[in-house]
Design a protein around this ligand. Structure first.
Ligand code: GUN
Length: 293
């Protein structure tokens, strides 16, 4: 078994981005790319993600801004904030960290983002362009998974790929990307969800298994084919007295047992999570270069 090392690949990509910032922006007297995040309320996971994004921006020489709002902020105020960032010429792209509080309509906020600044790729225009294989912002987690497969030269063409989970952020877009007529596409994809019957039997036939269910330890060794490639998108904080932080991170896959059966597997932490952040930086770079119009 080999690790699909998100830390290693994310590090390589960050250094490539840093070089590009130096040569093509600072070296030409241009401002570095500037990306922003809107953070509503104080969900600990959201705060962790946003501070991880800020740190990654610093590492590659991007400017970053975070706009923070109380959990009881009105939808109207958030829509105004989106308009402000849409019109701010200093900001190349931005995200609205999800989930938003219940009283806010996430779809309405997402649809207000200018698709040219939508570095999360969640706007219907970007989703539609992704389906049609047109240039667009690709959602960061699926983008990170495809990049990881690509950097390890894992063939997807003609392979049997099974995706567990159909979220708008991960499962649905990765199923589309893997089945598109493109490099690291051309796979036969099965998308499993809460109504799928006998997930274990479907998963056990996968050459490439992408797990994004949000259920800790859901995938056990009997659900994985010998030699399969396993990508674990899950991330769960488990209380632990053995760490300083008071928790350990676990994925949707029983890593210890599954790793003995497969050819490649992503660890948690150190796998997909770091690839998500670096993919957002890649989208930020595209936004700054005004490639997506
Ligand atoms: N919440 C969990 N993942 C994401 C993501 O990739 N982008 C945003 N905006 N919110 C998230």
């Amino acid at each position: 078994m080999k690790l699909l090392d998100g830390k290693l690949i994310a590090g390589q990509i960050k250094s490539e981005i840093a070089t590009e910032v130096n040569e093509n922006f600072l070296g030409k007297g241009l401002n570095p790319p500037h990306i922003a995040a809107m953070l509503v309320g104080d969900d600990p996971a959201s705060k962790t993600y946003v501070s991880g994004k800020e740190k990654a921006c610093r590492e590659v020489g991007f400017l970053s801004s975070v706009y923070k709002y109380a959990a009881n902020v009105s939808e109207e105020k958030l829509l105004e904030a989106v308009d402000f960032l849409n019109n701010d010429p200093e900001v190349d792209g931005f995200i609205v960290q999800l989930p938003l509080p219940e009283h806010i309509n996430e779809q309405k906020i997402t649809e207000r983002i200018d698709p040219r600044k939508d570095i999360d790729g969640f706007h219907p225009v970007n989703i539609g362009k992704m389906v049609l294989e047109l240039p667009c912002f690709i959602p960061a987690t699926p983008y990170g998974i495809i990049t990881l497969l690509d950097r390890y030269d894992i063939e997807t063409e003609g392979k049997n790929c099974v995706v567990l989970g159909r979220s708008h952020i991960v499962g649905t877009p990765i199923s589309i990307l893997l089945s598109r007529k493109s490099k690291r596409g051309n796979a036969t994809v099965t998308l499993c969800h809460s109504f799928t019957q006998d997930i274990a039997s479907i998963a056990s036939k996968a050459d490439i298994l992408i797990v994004a269910m949000g259920k800790q330890g859901f995938v056990t060794a009997d659900m994985v084919k010998n030699g399969a490639v396993v990508v674990d998108v899950g991330i769960h904080r488990i209380p632990s007295e053995e760490t300083k932080s008071g928790y350990i991170l676990k994925g949707d896959v029983d890593f210890e047992k599954v790793s003995r059966k497969c050819s490649y597997i992503t660890p948690v932490p150190g796998g997909v999570g770091l690839m998500t952040i670096v993919s957002l930086l890649q989208n930020g770079l595209k936004a700054a270069k005004k490639i997506i119009v």
